[in-house]
Design a protein. Structure first.
Length: 205
């Protein structure tokens, strides 16, 4: 009598399967797309929130993953990774909410201008706070003035912490264009901020 042996499950567990393989699997098993969502929803939501506002981030995060789900058949694993692909959807949606982003930057600039540094003394922490708010206001003003494409490259790198290659894939632009835009924007912002480097971290410092 032959034993009834259950065939092993050859599907890789979620923690070991790659993003691209998981997206490919979701074409046959749509429910597996939920694992892509789980991996990146907090990151995408945080990025949208920092560029727009909490309410817009709540709405647009859902739209990012809905668009990605609908277009998962078009994803080419040879072209790139899933992460910058998702940031591409996020950037496209931000483009349709430019007024919200500009209003947010204007609010930061206004708040910096209104801050008078009033406190119970002239301690070092007060001076630090004044300097930080002032720099934030100047930076917001400069970001408002940037062309949309330059702002997208800068903030994908600075806020999204994408590499040059990932930014290029997210925006579907040449790798060299990313470098030239970042170099131009950095020079402009350094001058506006009195020589302070506006980029924090990033793959190229």
């Amino acid at each position: 009598m032959t034993a009834n042996v259950r065939a092993p499950d050859r599907t890789d567990p979620a923690e070991t399967i790659s993003d691209a393989a998981l997206l490919e699997l979701s074409r046959r098993r749509p429910e597996r797309f939920g694992e892509v969502y789980d991996r990146y929803v907090r990151e995408i939501h945080a990025y949208l929130g920092r560029r727009l506002d909490r309410q817009a981030a709540d709405d647009l995060t859902a739209e990012v993953f809905l668009a990605a789900f609908k277009k998962r058949e078009t994803f080419d694993p040879e072209r790139g990774e899933v992460r910058p692909w998702l940031y591409g959807f996020a950037t496209n949606l931000i483009a349709s909410h430019r007024r919200t982003e500009i209003r947010r930057l204007a609010a930061v600039q206004r708040n910096a201008a209104l801050y008078d540094g009033a406190d119970d003394g002239h301690e070092e922490r007060v001076l630090t706070r004044i300097d930080a708010v002032s720099a934030q206001g100047r930076l917001a003003a400069e970001l408002r003035a940037l062309p949309d494409g330059d702002r997208d490259v800068l903030l994908l790198s600075a806020l999204g912490e994408l590499s040059h290659d990932e930014v290029a894939k997210a925006l579907d632009i040449p790798y060299g264009t990313v470098g030239s835009r970042l170099s131009r924007v950095r020079r402009k912002l350094r001058a506006a901020l009195g020589g302070v480097n506006p980029m924090r971290g990033g793959s190229d410092g």
